[in-house]
Write a protein that binds this ligand. Structure first.
Ligand code: PLP
Length: 379
């Protein structure tokens, strides 16, 4: 696999493994960790991240949709995979065939399951303790799903879980409310499945996974804080794994009043140096990032003019040669532009940023500083 453009994302697999190992070290020795690799591993690349997480000690993987789980199986991954979101009950047979665990969020779903007689479907029951998204709310609803599962040899009742809405906030009151609701639901069960889980990254790192035996680690595995407000209270320093880099493809000296980009909205002054970068909004480097700084030669310089579909322009302090590397996210010569800085500029959360970087940007995977794999879905 190769790539022929001068824009790429670098994913540091050692950082991912380090974040997973550090998290496991913070948890009780009997606990297991599922790595959340949904959404193409938050834009980092599902297969590579999944393998790194498993190597670092993750027991299984969590994705949002059955398609994502099947794509991991197609890549040869045999570890347990849980689909967290809603799947079509008529697709249960495909999940069973590939040994993929599905989530049941109400009793009605089980009535429509289509599965062969000799197949076994692994099931986790989702409880809604206050996220208001998916799941059974009461002990009675939970019991009726369990009764249905027990009534058929086609099911293997493997897990029960919930999801927190505010585990990344300093104020823990709503988190505690959800945790006690889940504790009550779990204690109402006469028979407990092997996996009981509620914790995302924030709850894994701050509250030992809420005291249950499994956690689902997403954002912090990628080296990103679940929220800026809890960064300083995390038990170890996360290692960011994603960098976004490009190179100057054109450099020019402007005359007084020369314009840059669509709308001719940026006006250069005499002698200003402008560099062109081969990255634009079709790569996920969206127009709202005009004005955002990038790193060249370890210095911060601004993006000027409107960001185009495939290119954008930066103001240089002086002439640089074509081919000079530019960092949009990540570190360069001791300077850093964090995912949180980009998220703040876009008035969103860090989760959204790597997910925004489209498949047109090849992902280059590194271990011990060496490129170990290149993923470019275009070729
Ligand atoms: C159900 C569920 N579990 C776990 C996670 C992982 O959360 P985080 O990325 O905050 O660790 C997510 C992510 O959104 C999720 O939806």
């Amino acid at each position: 696999m190769d790539y022929y453009r001068d824009t790429w994302a670098e994913v540091d697999l050692d950082a991912i493994k380090w974040n997973v190992r550090q998290t496991i070290a913070c948890l009780d020795a009997s606990m297991t960790l599922f790595a959340a690799v949904k959404a193409n591993a938050y834009g980092h690349g599902d297969v590579q991240v999944a393998n790194a997480a498993l190597e670092a000690g993750a027991e299984g993987l969590a994705v949002a949709f059955l398609d994502e789980a099947l794509s991991l199986r197609k890549a040869g991954i045999t570890a347990p995979i849980l689909v967290l979101g809603a799947s079509r009950p008529e697709n249960a047979g495909i999940a069973a065939e590939h040994n993929i665990s599905l989530t049941v969020h109400d009793n009605e779903w089980l009535k429509h399951v289509q599965i062969e007689r000799d197949q076994t479907l692994r099931i986790h029951i989702k409880c809604d303790t206050g996220m208001g998204r998916l799941g059974v709310k009461t002990a009675a609803e939970l019991q009726s799903v369990i009764d249905e599962l027990n009534g058929s040899p086609s099911y293997l009742f493997e897990g029960v879980f919930t999801h927190f809405a505010t585990a990344d906030e300093i104020d823990t009151s709503y988190f505690e409310q959800q945790l006690s609701a889940f504790q009550l639901l779990v204690s109402s069960m006469s028979e407990k499945p092997p996996y009981i889980h509620c914790a995302n990254s924030a709850a894994s790192l701050r509250f030992q996974g809420g005291g249950f035996n499994t956690v689902r680690l997403g954002i912090s595995m990628y080296g990103l804080t679940p929220s800026p407000e809890i960064q300083s209270i995390l038990p170890f320093e996360l290692k960011p794994s994603f960098s976004l880099r490009t190179k100057l493809v054109h450099v020019k000296r402007m005359n007084e009043g020369d314009k840059v980009s669509y709308g001719a909205a940026y006006r250069a002054s005499e002698g200003e140096w402008i560099g062109t970068l081969p990255i634009g909004y079709a790569d996920g480097w969206i127009r709202k990032l005009t004005g955002q700084e990038v790193l060249i030669d370890g210095k911060r310089v601004p993006i000027v003019g409107r960001i185009c579909m495939d290119q954008c322009m930066i103001r240089l302090p002086y002439e640089y040669s074509v081919g000079t590397e530019v960092t949009l996210i990540g570190s360069q010569e001791g300077q850093v532009i964090t995912m949180d800085e980009i998220a703040a500029k876009l008035e969103t959360i860090n989760y959204e940023i790597p997910c925004l970087i489209t498949a047109r940007v090849p992902r280059i995977y590194k271990e011990e500083g060496q490129v170990v794999h290149i993923s470019n879905p275009l070729l």
